[in-house]
Design a protein. Structure first.
Length: 145
């Protein structure tokens, strides 16, 4: 069977690999000159920019995917500083010692754990959002407030 996938972002490329492994003939169409979607980057005047969040935010998910397609996950290298911000010819490096980093880790660990247990690897229904853990912690999600 032939399949056409529109978009060569992480989702499109992952779907293409999984379908190819199952024996489908897959064609991926991409409107841009290179794949990656939000995971791609670009450079201007010696500065590099990510188009979106880091592609490796959920290592368990990617490890599972790599094993499903018969590959080994890439080696992950920790960077320091975590990122640098340049404004008006001034720069600030953000490291693990940066004020607020511990609170950031605490908040994101909570959201990450909740997402793993409540949302991933399941078909969602509207009633899933009425879950007690989600409702009682709604204020912890910055997308709502």
């Amino acid at each position: 069977m032939k399949v056409i996938i529109v978009g060569a972002g992480i989702g499109g490329l992952s779907t293409a690999l999984l379908l190819k492994k199952k024996g489908f003939e897959v064609t991926v169409l991409e409107k841009l000159d290179k794949p990656g979607g939000r995971a791609r980057g670009f450079s201007i005047d010696g500065f590099s920019f990510d188009m979106g969040p880091s592609w490796y935010l959920m290592p368990e998910i990617f490890d599972k995917f790599y094993h499903e397609v018969g590959e080994e996950p890439p080696e992950i290298v920790e960077v320091d500083p975590l990122f640098s911000l340049y404004v008006d010819h001034k720069s600030e490096d953000f490291t693990k010692e940066h004020p607020g980093f511990e609170k950031y880790l605490e908040d994101t660990e909570f959201m990450y754990s909740l997402a793993l247990s409540k949302f991933l690897f399941k078909e969602m229904r509207i009633t899933d959002f009425l879950d007690r853990d989600i409702i009682t912690n709604l204020r912890r999600f910055p997308i709502f407030f």
